[in-house]
Ligand binder design. Structure first.
Ligand SMILES: Cc1cc2nc3c(=O)[nH]c(=O)nc-3n(C[C@H](O)[C@H](O)[C@H](O)COP(=O)(O)OP(=O)(O)OC[C@H]3O[C@@H](n4cnc5c(N)ncnc54)[C@H](O)[C@@H]3O)c2cc1C
Length: 431
């Protein structure tokens, strides 16, 4: 209890898990003024990550997949603090942020994940796709490479500029490579007269024996066959061992000259969790009890990409949005149970299916065991993602983006001036 009058519940992170946890807490404590609800997030928006690959391909506009937290809050009473969390002190029940320290009675940690490079040499030369900013930077960089390739007279250098390597054949890598294929073949090809499409190489590199591991094998095979028929080079059992400007190394000896390397090969839990005095798995996720709290801290919950449930099979806690959402609801329920001195409930997750989009007009889908692919699956993918988007305005904006893309060319204007690339801007990037 705070000052004998109020109980403060803080939720860290306003992604899928944190936002849902706060909405559920608000629902449970709406009429209880003794409960102080505070949501902390570094950005003032909620990001709908499943549509990030479509930002990179200029299919939809960046602002259309984010929703301002104050708009989501609307009439709700919880407080929102835009700040970056810098330290967690569980012993003293304090959270440090860029705007000051906060104390809590109950804490829900939902800070998400960061890209995992597994110690890769030259990781700093990779592009990632994890935030809205990543997507916009990547989009502009790809368009910049195309601009330079268009007037490049040296055929070897042009081929290098036009080689795009995506590392990681999971959902993100596969959806991204399919989006890039759409962008290049449907929209950029006809507009860049100095580029022959035969010179463009899209490579998907995966260290494991197949792509889309964890997806139904039949659907994964259909997805692979579809992208290979499009000319995308899929290489499995191919481990990237080093990345340098303009090239990457696979298997310790083969060099591939490339315009850019996009790393989608894995994520790890937010680095702030490393300091917590609790057990973690090998990608830094905290091992929580089936009731989702930290073992020695019954008032501290960790959810979504931050947590893995002790003893549960891995398929019960994959790092996907539905897991974060369900855990958020349970964490909020357990906080409410604790406040009213009841026993905690336990987490159970029933996977409902999976959806992978392979560019315009094709997807593979498994909905509660109903498996299908092709145009119908693509319509299902669109409908489900549109429904999951937060806010009617955003739903309308994305639906319009999709519709306009069938009628008009995509807007491939470069918004920012990319300067990181040593291939396109050798003079500006010289040390
Ligand atoms: C490109 C991409 C595509 C994806 N596609 C799918 C998909 O199709 N389907 C699916 O189910 N899942 C998908 N995922 C995975 C899904 O996004 C995550 O599993 C889900 O977001 C996890 O929810 P979370 O609440 O744990 O973390 P997040 O949703 O990542 O939320 C974490 C929040 O914490 C904030 N934060 C981070 N650090 C700080 C800090 N220091 N201080 C304050 N705030 C901070 C972040 O800004 C963010 O708002 C995708 C992920 C990516 C990157």
């Amino acid at each position: 209890m705070r000052g004998g009058t109020s109980t403060r519940i803080i939720v860290l992170g306003a992604g899928f898990g944190g936002m849902e946890a706060m909405v559920e807490l608000e629902r449970r404590f709406r009429d209880d003024p003794s409960i102080d609800l505070l949501l902390v997030n570094e950005n003032n928006f909620f990001l709908f990550t499943p549509l990030l690959p479509q930002i990179v391909s200029s299919y939809i506009e960046p602002r259309h997949i984010v929703q301002n937290i104050r708009d989501i809050r609307h009439q709700r009473r919880f407080r929102f603090l835009r700040a970056r969390v810098t330290r967690l002190d569980l012993t003293n029940q304090r959270v440090s942020t860029t705007t000051g320290d906060l104390s809590y009675d109950y804490l829900v940690i939902a800070l998400g994940s960061v890209p995992n490079f597994f110690g890769l040499e030259g990781a700093e030369h990779c592009y990632t796709l994890h935030s809205l900013e990543d997507a916009v930077v990547l989009r502009d960089h790809i368009l910049d490479l195309l601009e330079h390739a268009d007037h490049e007279s040296d055929p070897d250098r042009q081929r290098q500029l036009l080689t795009f390597a995506i590392v990681g054949g999971g959902y993100t890598g596969v959806e991204l490579v399919a989006e890039l294929h759409d962008l290049i073949y449907r929209h950029v090809g006809p507009r860049y007269r100095g580029i022959r499409l035969a010179e463009v190489r899209l490579l998907l590199l995966e260290a494991r024996s197949d792509i889309l591991v964890g997806v139904d094998p039949d659907l994964a095979a259909r997805a692979r066959s579809k992208i290979e028929r499009q000319g995308i080079g899929v290489r499995t059992q191919t481990k990237v061992t080093c990345v340098a400007p303009g090239r990457l190394e696979v298997g310790g000896d083969e060099i591939i000259e490339t315009g850019l390397v996009i790393w989608t090969a894995g994520v790890r839990a937010h680095p702030l969790l490393d300091s917590l005095p609790v057990e973690k798995n090998k990608v830094g996720r905290v091992l929580v009890t089936p009731q989702l709290h930290l073992p020695d801290f019954p008032r501290v919950f960790a959810i979504g990409d931050n947590a893995v449930v002790q003893g549960a099979p891995p398929e019960q806690t994959p790092q996907i949005a539905p897991v974060a959402l369900e855990q958020a609801r349970l964490a909020a329920e357990n906080v409410a149970r604790a406040v009213s001195h009841q026993h905690y409930a336990s987490f159970e997750f029933e996977p409902k299916g999976m959806l992978v989009s392979l560019g315009m007009n094709y997807a593979v889908v498994n909905l509660k065991g109903l498996k299908f692919s092709g145009y119908a699956a693509w319509l299902a993918w669109n409908a489900i993602h549109l429904l999951k988007l937060v806010g009617l305005k955003k739903q309308v904006q994305v639906a319009l983006d999709w519709s306009l893309a069938t009628l008009f060319p995509r807007d491939t204007s470069i918004i920012r001036t990319p300067h990181r690339c040593r291939l396109c801007h050798p003079k500006e990037t010289q040390q």
